[in-house]
Design a protein around this ligand. Structure first.
Ligand code: UD1
Ligand code: UDP
Length: 370
C-alpha cells in the first residue's frame, strides 16, 4: 500500500561494502516524513552482511538469502534477478536505490528496468574504463549508469565521467560518499580492542585482499611480498582480517598462518576495523572502500591492483597503485618503512569524499520526487 504524500523508496543491497554505505542512507531516510523506506537485502553475502546490519540496527523488510558457497556470477545474477521480480511486484516502490558496482546492484537495476521502475544509483560514475579490472565491477557500474534516472556521485570527477558518457547534467547530484557518513560515526580516539593492543610497540600493517581477479597467482604473489617484509623488519606486525571466501582463506592460511607476527583473523565489525586502520602504520589492500576511508584518516595505502576507479585518493597523495607483482609490492613497503619523507608525504589526512552528509543530500533529492 502506498502512503499518501510519501515517496516509497526501496533500498537494495547485498554485500558488506554496500551495507556499510547504504545503512547511513536507510537511517537518514527513516527520519524523513515524506519517504516511506523499505529495505531489501539479497544476501549475496551472509555473515559479512549480517554483521553490518546488526551494528547499524537495520532490519530488512525482504531478504532473498541467495548466497551459496563459492557462488558464480551466474548464480548471483540469476538468483537476484528472479528474486527481485517478486519483491518489486510485492513492494511496488516509486524508486529503487542501488549502490556501487556489485552483482546485486547490477541485477537489481536490471529487474527494475524490466518493471520500468526508476533507479537511483548511489556512488555513481566511478570508472577505470577497463572492463576486466576490477572484474566484473567495472561492467556492473557502467550498466547501472545506463538505466539509472538519478545518479548520486561522490565527487566532481565521477560526475565528469557520467557527463562524458552523455548522462544529462540535471540527473547527476554530487553528494560525497556515504561511506564517509559511516566513518564519522565509528572512529573514536578512546576505542580499545585486543588486536590494537597486540600491535602496540610495533609498526602495524593492516592488509585486506579478496578481489576475484586477484584470486590465484596474483594473490600468492601479494602474500609472498608481505611475508618478505615481515622477515626483513622485526618491528613490523601484520593483521589480515580474511574475507569469508573459502578460496581466499585457503591461500591465506597456506601462505601466512605460521608467522608469529602475522595475525589472520575473521572479518571484523566495521567500527573495530575502522579503529584498527586508524591505529595502523600503513595499509595494503585490493579493496575499494578502504581506498576512500584511508585518505580521511591520513593512512598510506598500497593498492594491490592494476587500476583504480578512485583517482581522488591518488591525487590526495594517500594511495599508491602497486599492482600484484611481488617485487614491486616488497619495494613499495620498504620505501614506506625506510624513508620518513615518503611516509610523511603519504600520511597527510585529506578527505576528497565529502563532509559526511551524503545521505542527507540523497534524501533531499528523493523527497523532491513528490
Ligand atoms: C563481492 C562483490 C565485490 C565486492 C565484495 C566485497 C560482486 C561480483 N562482487 O565479491 O564487488 O568488492 O563482494 O567484499 O558482486 N562468503 C561467505 N560469507 C559471507 C560472504 C562471502 O561465506 O558473508 C563466501 C561465499 O562462499 C561466497 C564467496 O565468499 O560464495 C564469494 O562471495 P561473492 O559475493 O560472490 O564475491 P566477493 O568476492 O565477496
Ligand atoms: N571492512 C570491515 N571489516 C573488515 C574489513 C573491511 O568492516 O574486516 C570494511 C572496510 O572498512 C570498508 C569495507 O569493509 O568499509 C570494504 O569492503 P570490501 O573490502 O569487502 O569491499 P570493497 O570495498 O572492495 O567492495
Amino acid at each position: 500500500m502506498h502512503e499518501q504524500g510519501k515517496v516509497k523508496a526501496l533500498i537494495v543491497f547485498g554485500t558488506r561494502p554496500e551495507a556499510i554505505k547504504m545503512c547511513p542512507v536507510v537511517k537518514e531516510f527513516r527520519t524523513r516524513s515524506r519517504i516511506d523506506t523499505k529495505v531489501c537485502v539479497t544476501g549475496q553475502h551472509r555473515e559479512m552482511l549480517d554483521q553490518v546490519l546488526t551494528l547499524f540496527d537495520v532490519v530488512p523488510d525482504y531478504d532473498l538469502d541467495i548466497m551459496q558457497q563459492e557462488q558464480s556470477l551466474f548464480d548471483i545474477t540469476s538468483r537476484t534477478l528472479t528474486g527481485m521480480q517478486n519483491v518489486l511486484a510485492d513492494c511496488k516502490p516509486d524508486i529503487v536505490l542501488v549502490h556501487g558496482d556489485t552483482t546485486t546492484a547490477f541485477a537489481t537495476s536490471l529487474a527494475a528496468l524490466y518493471m520500468q521502475i526508476p533507479v537511483g544509483h548511489v556512488e555513481a560514475g566511478l570508472r577505470t574504463h577497463n572492463i576486466y579490472s576490477p572484474f566484473p565491477e567495472e561492467y556492473n557500474r557502467q550498466a547501472i549508469s545506463l538505466v539509472a534516472k538519478y545518479h548520486f556521485s561522490p565527487t566532481q570527477m565521477a560526475r565528469y565521467n557520467l557527463r562524458l558518457e552523455g548522462r544529462a547534467s540535471e540527473t547527476i547530484y554530487v553528494t560525497g560518499n556515504t561511506g564517509i557518513d559511516a566513518l564519522k560515526t565509528t572512529v573514536r580516539p578512546e576505542f580499545h580492542s585486543d588486536i590494537i593492543e597486540w600491535g602496540k610497540g610495533s609498526r602495524l600493517l593492516v592488509m585486506t585482499a579478496h578481489r576475484r581477479e586477484n584470486i590465484g597467482d596474483p594473490m600468492r604473489s601479494m602474500f609472498r611480498a608481505v611475508r618478505r617484509v615481515l622477515e626483513k623488519y622485526e618491528d613490523v606486525k601484520l593483521v589480515y582480517p580474511i574475507h569469508k571466501n573459502p578460496v581466499v582463506r585457503k591461500i591465506a592460511y597456506e601462505m601466512l598462518s605460521d608467522h608469529p607476527r602475522i595475525r589472520l583473523i575473521e572479518p571484523m565489525e566495521v567500527d573495530e576495523f575502522h579503529n584498527l586502520i586508524n591505529a595502523a602504520y600503513f595499509i595494503l589492500t585490493d579493496s575499494g572502500g578502504i581506498q576512500e576511508e584511508a585518505p580521511s584518516l591520513g593512512k598510506p595505502v598500497l593498492v594491490m591492483r592494476d587500476t583504480t576507479e578512485r583517482p581522488e585518493g591518488l591525487d590526495a597523495g594517500t594511495l599508491r597503485l602497486v599492482g600484484t607483482d611481488e617485487q614491486i609490492i616488497f619495494y613499495a613497503c620498504r620505501q614506506l618503512l625506510d624513508d620518513p619523507d615518503e611516509y610523511q608525504k603519504m600520511s597527510t589526512a585529506r578527505n576528497p569524499y565529502g563532509d559526511g552528509t551524503a545521505s542527507m543530500r540523497i534524501a533531499d533529492v528523493i523527497e523532491k520526487m513528490l
